[in-house]
Design a protein around this ligand. Structure first.
Ligand code: ADE
Length: 252
């Protein structure tokens, strides 16, 4: 039996989870990060703020796996919508992740992770299915409760490819180029595929859940900030609470 690790890149993306941990949770500080170890909604967890970007996510994933007896890792947070079907307020659960800024040509193919012989890392199907189910329940409840002023009335839940890179995409031309190059990518973020690579190398099942905060266009900075302040917590806790309370992740 192992713990569930829950990682997020920004405080607002995990704040409600930290606040909801049972009393008695302990903090261990390693490599300039705080790891909160305890019970969240009945499930043994370690929760950590990775900070932004691929290196930060990879370092955090390596630490939780090596130091905290983790049996699964979930990365949660916001993302910029890329695919035309994906709108602000929707939820994306990864079926696979890739690094859109990996380019070691001509030594390796575009997007290929050198010496791993692959471009994509598959998320754990069972863990992802649980997130999809919980996100679907949250979306229906959110819509029936009238949603929130800055979110769509009926969030959709998508399952597909997430593209990760060390760039906040705030530019219509770059978003367009990425859409052309990666027509099946649903959204863009800055950590998921790095965490996925580390979990793959350690053989630890993982899943990534992202809420769409912006459309990776000229308005992305303002839209992202607004979503982060007003809605990130509502979604993260709203999706993870019923899942953890169900007990489905209590045992490895
Ligand atoms: N995370 C949220 N929005 C993003 C964007 N536009 N680009 C990269 N990461 C993001």
């Amino acid at each position: 039996m192992g713990r569930l690790a829950i990682l997020g890149a920004l405080h607002e993306e995990i704040a409600d989870l930290l606040a909801a941990m049972d009393p008695g949770a302990e903090t261990r500080r390693i490599a300039m990060r705080d790891f909160q170890v305890g019970t969240l909604w009945g499930t043994p967890c370690v929760i950590a703020l990775s900070r932004i970007g691929k290196v930060a996510a990879a370092a955090t994933a390596s630490i939780v796996i090596q130091e905290f007896e983790v049996s699964r890792v979930i990365f949660t947070g916001l993302a910029g919508g890329l695919h035309p079907r994906v709108r602000v307020g929707d939820v994306v659960v990864a079926d696979a992740l890739m690094q859109h800024d990996m380019d070691a040509r001509p030594l390796f193919g575009r997007h290929e992770i050198p010496l791993l012989g692959r471009e994509r890392f598959d998320a754990d199907p069972a863990l992802s299915a649980l997130l999809l189910q919980s996100a679907g329940g949250f979306a229906r409840e959110f819509a029936s409760g009238g949603g929130q002023p800055s979110a769509p009335a009926q969030p959709q839940v998508h399952h597909g490819l997430i593209a990760t890179g060390d760039v906040f995409v705030n530019d219509n031309e770059l978003a367009h180029a990425l859409r052309e190059r990666l027509p099946d990518a649903l959204c863009l973020e800055m950590e998921g595929a790095a965490m996925a690579q580390v979990c793959h190398e350690f053989g630890i099942p993982f899943a990534v859940m992202r809420v769409i905060s912006d459309s990776a266009d000229h308005a992305a900075k303002a839209d992202f900030t607004d979503f982060l302040v007003n809605l990130a917590r509502v979604y993260t806790a709203g999706i993870l609470k019923p899942l953890l309370l169900s007990g489905a992740l209590r045992e490895a």
